[in-house]
Design a protein around this ligand. Structure first.
Ligand code: GCV
Length: 680
């Protein structure tokens, strides 16, 4: 009896925690809950040995439960790049690719099909990636902190590297490979010059060695002043021969250590970062200097277009004004990395007018997965629809149908190399992203970088089935919640084209009244919403900043005319009278009130939806998401009250009587100084 009790106690104490840990989110979408083991090695037909193939085989022997699998390297499939074909019959699946990485991607493809209960017997699939470089940008600092990171500290343990290798490095590489991500910038664009010191390059090599078999190349953000700061040179002028020589030597050193190094990402002359303009040179001078030394090694420069200064010019226009005159002046291994919108990763922005405007220069999109402006890791906001909105936006640069995806993927402007990037939301928290649902945004970026034609609906569906369960009682309501969640966040934060009315610096809560005396005007919310007795919104038409002129016809006219401007961007482009009649017959003021209210109501609905999901989810993840939704609900009310009570001081109109009354006093809201630890 004693023996039996001890056994039960042992089972409880030691095995039960493992069952629970299995659902702590650490396995992401690669849980394979029903798989005990995969196929035996004799059911895998493959010639050759290679570390990438070894991983592919290991995945099959661990998780694949179907037919025999043949992995074929086919040079004739070169046109698919690192894509692949999958052909299946009843007793065998053949995956073919010109590259081993393609075979690995093919294996993850069939595993995804298996996990999502698809028919595996009549497959005839051809996959070619939309972009060559599918890259995550980490804004991780050398001290372990992450700029705009909401999931703990950096994954990269610089102090321990290269001696101690965390198992999470490989788990990270595997997760990326499973969705086709093949590149990573390890460090913050606000880059420490120390990153290029030999002592760090050796650490970078350790990571590159782990990532390589998963098809992932490493890139670094570089500080433009590195020659001066760590090289001891007099300056970092790109036309100074000594500076050029320094970059050449440094680049040679990097390639000696990491032969397949990807290249540099540069934030220059932006938000206080050094750059070529410090020496009267242009962005092209700076980028080309680096491109020239990377070229012999096959490396590239991703030069960011996120530039704006405290000038009186509308911030939304500045990147375009700065970069357009440089079109055609960049080397062919430079890609201009452009944020999806012209301001800064707002809940909704029109697409950045630079897309399609640079006709002789390669361009790539930069998205933000980390939710700097979308409630950090507290709010459930699925970003698939936001990414799609930009990629599917028609720039009209080459006539109708010139979507952002087509001007960046090589379709309309052949480019040597195409790329797409996003700022990662990954940290060292057990569930990687802080909120379980934020994993879906990492997943969505990877899937869209691989195939920008995929719909948000499909991506969300795949992710839910793999991450939670394929029970349709769970999948359908949760998918519905995810798909509407971005619009909901826009509704309770910044509807109708409002933007950047966040609390200063931390960008979490509302501060539409923000106007620090003597502060930089373009860092103040009042600059963006321009509320006054007449109305609300930024006049960017011909009578205002004329930012509309940066868009190709007919968009300049569509956006420039208040009657034709899409209402979800109306306050981005127009200063709209409070009593202006919207398409549904309501006044602008009423529309604003009802939209904020709708945002709040939807989050309350999400809470109900989620609570009903309890039977289908493990307790740990259920409670985690439930508690985050409570925060989101409270925050939504906070946003609604702050914005409506503040804007009401200008509109002087009543909040429609059939919507929930504010529960805060405006003066109390103004006093809130956020305890970031609580919200982080
Ligand atoms: C890395 C915004 C963010 C900054 C970020 C910057 C950028 O301004 O608030 O934290 O800096 O964008 O993208 O460079």
């Amino acid at each position: 009896m004693f023996y039996l009790r001890t056994c039960i106690l042992f089972l409880f104490l030691f095995l039960f925690p493992f069952c629970v840990f299995a659902e702590d989110g650490s396995q992401l979408w690669l849980r394979f809950p029903n798989v005990k083991n995969g196929i035996s090695t004799d059911k895998i037909i493959s010639k050759g040995k290679n570390p990438t193939l070894d991983i592919a085989k290991k995945e099959l022997t661990t998780y694949w439960q179907g037919q025999a699998v043949e992995l074929r390297t086919e040079k004739s499939l070169k046109n698919l790049k690192d894509g692949y074909t999958i052909i299946s019959g009843l007793d065998k699946i053949i995956i073919s690719s010109a590259k081993e990485t393609g075979l690995l991607y093919g294996v993850y493809h069939i595993l995804r099909l298996q996990q999502t209960q698809s028919d595996l017997t009549h497959l005839n699939i051809t996959e070619k990636p939309s972009y060559d470089v599918r890259i995550l940008n980490h804004w991780d600092n050398l001290d372990g902190s992450i700029e705009r990171g909401y999931a703990g500290h950096s994954l990269w343990k610089w102090e321990d590297l290269p001696g101690t290798i965390s198992p999470r490095y490989e788990a990270y590489a595997r997760a990326n490979a499973s969705i086709g991500i093949n590149a990573v910038v390890l460090n913050n664009v606000n880059a420490s010059p120390n990153m290029l010191k030999n002592e760090y390059l050796i650490k970078v090599k350790a990571l590159a060695d782990i990532f390589r078999p998963y098809g992932i190349k490493v890139y670094l953000s570089v500080n433009f002043s590195s020659p001066k700061v760590i090289g001891g040179l007099e300056n970092s002028d790109p036309l100074n021969k000594k500076v050029q020589e320094w970059w050449k030597q440094k680049t040679n050193e990097i390639y000696k250590i990491i032969p397949d190094f990807g290249g540099f990402l540069v934030k220059a002359n932006s938000e206080g970062q050094p750059g070529p303009q410090d020496y009267g040179r242009t962005h092209a001078d700076g980028a080309n200097m680096m491109a020239d030394v990377l070229k012999p090694h096959g490396g590239i420069v991703m030069w960011r277009a996120f530039v704006y200064s405290a000038s009186p010019e509308d911030r939304a226009k500045q990147a375009y004004l700065e970069f357009l005159p440089l079109d055609g002046k960049f080397r062919d291994n430079v890609i201009i990395q452009i944020k999806n919108g012209p301001i800064d990763f707002q809940p909704r922005e029109p697409f950045n007018p630079l897309f399609g405007a640079l006709k002789k220069t390669s361009e790539m999109v930069e998205f933000q997965i980390t939710q700097e402006y979308l409630g950090f890791s507290n709010h459930l906001v699925f970003l698939g629809p936001l990414f799609k909105e930009t990629l599917d936006s028609d720039t009209y640069a080459y006539g109708k149908g010139s979507t952002v995806s087509k001007v960046t993927d090589g379709t309309l402007r052949p480019a040597k190399l195409t790329a797409i990037s996003a700022v990662a939301n990954i940290g060292d928290e057990t569930n990687w992203t802080g909120n379980h649902f934020a994993q879906a945004n990492w997943y969505a970026f990877g899937r869209l970088a691989w195939n920008h034609q995929l719909g948000s609906d499909q991506i969300a569906g795949e992710w839910i089935k793999m991450t939670f369960t394929d029970d349709k009682n769970f999948v359908n309501p949760v998918k519905e919640m995810m798909l509407s969640s971005r619009e909901t966040a826009v509704d309770y934060m910044m509807p109708l084209g409002l933007h950047h009315i966040f609390a200063f610096d931390h960008h979490y809560g509302p501060e539409p009244w923000g106007n620090i005396p003597g502060g930089r005007p373009d860092w103040m919310p009042v600059y963006y919403h321009k509320a006054d007795e007449n109305g609300l919104g930024f006049n960017r038409t011909q009578t205002g900043s004329n930012a509309v002129a940066q868009y190709f016809p007919p968009l300049n006219e569509t956006y420039g005319n208040i009657e034709t401007c899409p209402e979800n961007l109306i306050l981005w482009f127009h200063h709209v009278p409070w009593k202006y009649t919207m398409k549904d017959g309501k006044s602008l003021w009423d529309e604003l009130c009802y939209t904020y209210d709708k945002g709040v109501k939807n989050v309350r609905e999400y809470q109900k939806t989620w609570d009903r999901m309890e039977p289908y989810v493990d307790a740990e993840r259920f409670h985690h998401v439930q508690s985050r939704l409570k925060i989101q609900s409270k925050d939504a009310v906070w946003w609604k009250d702050a914005c409506l009570l503040y804007f009401q001081t200008y509109s002087k109109m009543p909040i429609p009587y059939d919507i929930e009354r504010p529960v805060h006093e405006l003066e109390d809201l103004k006093k809130i100084k956020l305890d970031m630890k609580h919200h982080n």
